[in-house]
Design a protein around this ligand. Structure first.
Ligand code: A2G
Length: 433
């Protein structure tokens, strides 16, 4: 098969330092700046953003850590191209609004940079193909920075499934179930809530993210759920997604929230197209079923709702439970998941839990960043590669198409063009990275 690796002319062997450029230093980009500033093997050469406020906050991070200020690129949506033209950058971290990811990633690969891009690779099916073609043509790796793949419980269960404890995989569930109302609306001053503005009158994510909930009916944020599930089912490594069908409930949650916070606000009259609960079912070549949920507009506690079920037992995260036939304490009675998750803690977490402490999202942000950096340093493929990245993200346009066509099944593109049959996963095989 074709190997996607950077050419030795661009990269020295086993670099001891990775020289990074950041495209987008809003809230999420600055989380990755924190990770970069903690490491001796990372030098942040340049940053790019269109908003002075974000650049100013970012500068403070360097000053606080006593690090040399990076070069800055700003002044328009094309400013990132000047950052990419620098020869002293090995890799870029992209954390911009979704609509910019695809072009920025494509241009970065064309400029010979490794790409670590935040979730949502592209908006159309064709966007995802373009990313694959560019990565294959340039031989530059592309990694979606899907942090939930590195969550401690998610990895412990991966350790369990790889050891056969749950038997043969049968059915998987997960999703993005997170009340985003105070993320999607704010008062233009604070990051979260305090008002019901979005777009130009808001700051941070509400400036751009809310528009997707207005324009798009579909699972617009599939990767936190499906990323981990792909590992349990060996998707792109001997298995693949074959087709998909999606259903959307009516949309009430966002308008109700606005009306409740600011009665009579015009933002309560908007026709939010994104259904409050969008459910997607996916078939796998090896016969497993996958069910995804997108549920971000209603009052609810956070839960990604994982269910990993095989011929011998299952894990469910919403009730923190595991059951394994013949091994659980009592027949047909749940064990507390903790007993099993502690016992099967992934070697990576055993080794790095202390280092990861304090990193974002309970430590998992450390691991996803580390995996990317180590891959660049060693000049190897990333453990979540371009095919995995586009597979988890393309569910956005596919689910939208299914709903628009009255819940019609959509064939799932085979981005690997048949290579899925023999590919071997490099994801978290040991305690290395
Ligand atoms: O909420 C969480 O932190 C999400 N991450 C992140 O993706 C983003 O949607 C954020 C809202 O700003 C996880 O759920 C892991």
């Amino acid at each position: 098969g074709i190997s996607i690796l950077p050419s030795a002319t661009v990269f020295g062997k086993n670099m001891d330092k990775v020289r990074l450029g950041y495209i987008g230093v809003g809230l999420r980009g600055r989380n990755h700046i924190d990770e970069g500033l903690l490491r001796d093997d990372v030098e942040i050469v340049a940053i790019c953003d269109t908003q002075e406020q974000s650049l100013a906050e970012c500068r403070k991070q360097f000053v606080e850590k006593g690090k040399k200020l990076p070069a800055e690129y700003t002044g328009g949506l094309d400013a990132y191209k000047k950052l990419l033209a620098r020869k002293d950058i090995d890799a870029v971290i992209i954390a911009t609004p979704w609509q910019f990811h695809k072009d920025q990633a494509v241009h970065a690969m064309q400029a010979g940079k490794y790409v670590g891009c935040e979730v949502i690779a592209g908006l159309t099916v064709e966007d995802h193909w373009e990313i694959v073609r560019t990565s294959e043509a340039t031989k530059m790796p592309y990694m979606t920075l899907e942090n939930v793949c590195y969550r401690r419980d998610v990895m412990a269960v991966l350790n369990m499934t790889r050891q056969g404890l749950l038997g043969e995989m049968i059915h998987l569930e997960g999703g993005y179930q997170h009340n985003l109302r105070s993320v999607l609306f704010n008062d233009g001053k604070q990051y979260y809530g305090g008002g019901v503005e979005f777009g130009p009158k808001a700051i941070s994510e509400a400036q751009w993210r809310t528009q997707y909930n207005i324009d798009t009916n579909g699972d617009i944020y599939p990767t936190h759920g499906v990323g981990p599930l792909m590992h349990y089912a060996d998707i792109n490594y001997g298995n693949r997604f074959t087709n998909l069908v999606s259903f959307a409930s009516k949309a009430r949650g966002l308008a109700a929230y606005v009306e409740d916070k600011a009665p009579g606000s015009p933002n309560a009259k908007i026709n939010y197209k994104n259904g409050d609960v969008v459910t997607t079912m996916i078939n796998c070549a090896n016969g497993e079923t996958v069910m995804l949920s997108h549920d971000t507009h209603l009052p609810r506690p956070y839960s990604l709702g994982f269910r990993v079920q095989g011929t011998k037992g299952l894990w469910m995260d919403v009730n923190h439970s595991v059951y394994i036939e013949g091994k659980s304490k009592k027949d047909d009675v749940w064990d507390p998941a903790k007993d099993w998750l502690d016992k099967y803690d992934h070697p990576l977490w055993q080794k790095y839990a202390k280092t990861a402490e304090g990193a974002g999202h309970g430590g998992m942000d450390f691991f996803v960043f580390q995996a990317f950096i180590e891959s660049v340093k060693r000049k190897v493929q990333t453990p979540i590669d371009v095919y995995d990245s586009v597979t988890m993200s393309v569910i956005l346009p596919l689910s939208g198409k299914s709903i628009a066509e009255g819940n019609m099944p959509q064939p799932f593109p085979d981005f690997t063009k048949g290579k899925w049959k023999d590919r071997k996963s490099a994801f978290a095989l040991n305690d290395d990275y």
